[in-house]
Design a protein around this ligand. Structure first.
Ligand SMILES: [Zn+2]
Ligand SMILES: [Zn+2]
Length: 280
């Protein structure tokens, strides 16, 4: 069974985990994992308009974000000497497509001494990004868009994933069909975009994760098994299993089921730790 996890969160500084980095790392070490990767959220966009008190994880200023992320890296570097387990440092980065964003993001990641970057997509958006909403926040915003707009924003969400893969910034891509947890993007109108995602993954050989957090939320992993089955036909895309753990008890959770799924599909192209690379 895969004995590492590269997608974990904690509550250091301003991040959204439920335990500190030390507790999370200790848990992975107790499970005899070879490696734990710490991958808190990078959430920076010039048009974010969040209150720093309510949503301290969101930045609209790349310089401020960079300082915070460097501080986080320092905390993790200092923890390395306390543990036997190999600790890797990464970030789960929300990707955006505008030229301005990409320039600033490229500049920022060149300054971050990390082992890897996860490409992630949590937002619904309008074409010009005047509407930009984390899918997780959708239920609590005051003016929820109508169904037709939600449909268009969901298409943009899938298109964003395609651009995220094409960017080449990321070591692997997280939870491809994250939106389905929120009952969005499930019906066949979106299959054409999912098919395009499959094609671009194969073309670029970009690794993806099977995110096991879905087993508890919607009884299946992300992406949906049919997508993994499609990818298994070419076997071109390296796959790793991720728990996306926000609490210690989630580390390694449902890895057996994910292993079984890969075995049943005869999926042999597995991501390994030698494939970690810096994006720049
Ligand atoms: Zn995520
Ligand atoms: Zn995550």
């Amino acid at each position: 069974m895969q004995n590492f996890t590269l997608h974990t969160h904690n509550n250091e500084l301003r991040f959204d985990g439920y335990a500190d980095a030390k507790t999370m790392i200790q848990k992975a070490q107790d499970l005899n994992f070879q490696t734990i990767g710490v991958s808190n959220h990078v959430l920076v966009n010039q048009s974010f308009n969040f209150s720093p008190v309510d949503e301290p994880m969101y930045f609209n200023d790349f310089n401020k974000a960079t300082s915070a992320y460097l501080k986080h890296i320092e905390i993790l570097e200092n923890l390395k000497q306390e543990f036997k387990i190999d600790i890797k440092i990464g970030f789960e980065c929300d990707f955006f497509t505008s030229k301005d964003w990409r320039n600033s993001f490229e500049k920022m990641i060149q300054q971050l001494p990390v082992d890897y970057l996860i490409g992630s997509n949590h937002f619904l958006k309008s074409q010009d990004e005047s509407f930009l909403c984390n899918i997780y926040h959708l239920k609590k915003i005051p003016n929820r868009p109508n169904d037709e707009d939600i449909h268009l924003y969901t298409i943009n969400h899938f298109k964003n994933i395609i651009e995220c893969i094409k960017s080449g910034y990321f070591t692997f891509i997280a939870h491809l069909d994250y939106c389905t947890i929120f009952n969005l993007g499930n019906d066949s109108r979106y299959d054409v975009y999912k098919q395009e995602i499959i094609e671009i993954l194969e073309k670029t050989k970009t690794p993806i994760e099977i995110n096991t957090s879905g087993y508890d939320r919607i009884n299946r992993p992300h992406p949906a098994p049919w997508i993994i089955e499609e990818l298994s036909k070419s076997n071109l895309v390296p796959i790793l299993i991720s728990d996306d753990a926000h609490r210690p008890e989630s580390i390694g959770q449902h890895f057996e089921e994910a292993e079984k799924l890969l075995k049943n599909l005869n999926y042999t192209n597995r991501f390994n730790l030698n494939m970690l690379k810096k994006a720049f």
